[in-house]
Design a protein around this ligand. Sequence first.
Ligand code: MRU
Ligand code: ZN
Length: 208
Amino acid sequence: MNDPRQALIHASRQFYQLGWMAGTAGNLSAKMPDNSFWITASGKQKGKLVAEDFVRISLTGEVLENPSPQNKPSAETSIHQAIYSLFPEANACYHVHSVEAKLVSNFIDHEQLPLPPIEMLKGLGIWEENPKVYMPVFENYLEVPRIAEAIIQRFKQTTPDVPALLIRNHGVTVWASSPEATENHVELAEYIFRYIVAARQAGLNFQH
Ligand SMILES: CSC[C@@H](O)[C@@H](O)C(=O)COP(=O)(O)O
Ligand SMILES: [Zn+2]
């Protein structure tokens, strides 16, 4: 995979238009062949990113390339680092802030969100009949490295059912082997969140 910034700019514009990256919310990253990754610089308006709005970081967190001196890496870079260190097959990692993701994170008070047994789960790698799978949920600490550390500690013990995690009252983070697959994963995760909100409004209950 060569410079992924155009794919990140495209995804960001899509997510902005869908209301999932309102203002400066969310951050996107994708790896280069040398395992470094381009990540959105902090505080950029996500509807109009350009190639200079990214910083290239090593897997250990050093800034390797910064096209614009005032750029700082995303405040949530440590979460992307955690995902790349836990899942070497991940080549992109996207984090967005939808209304529905925040709502569903309040439907449970524990660490796992039960996912509805719907066909769309196949897109997240679940090929079972009536699957009983969960999305991991993490607390939204003010210090982002604390969230990253919680992710590392939990996922070192237990592999998540799906390549996605939810931060309570914050948003979803997904990963996959390419920017295109990661964009699909965001769309599927957000579809599932909308379904959960609609199911609740309709009085349906699918707790496992
Ligand atoms: C709109 S504020 C959101 C931020 O606090 C954060 O959660 C976020 O997703 C974007 O942070 P950023 O540093 O621009 O990557
Ligand atoms: Zn965020």
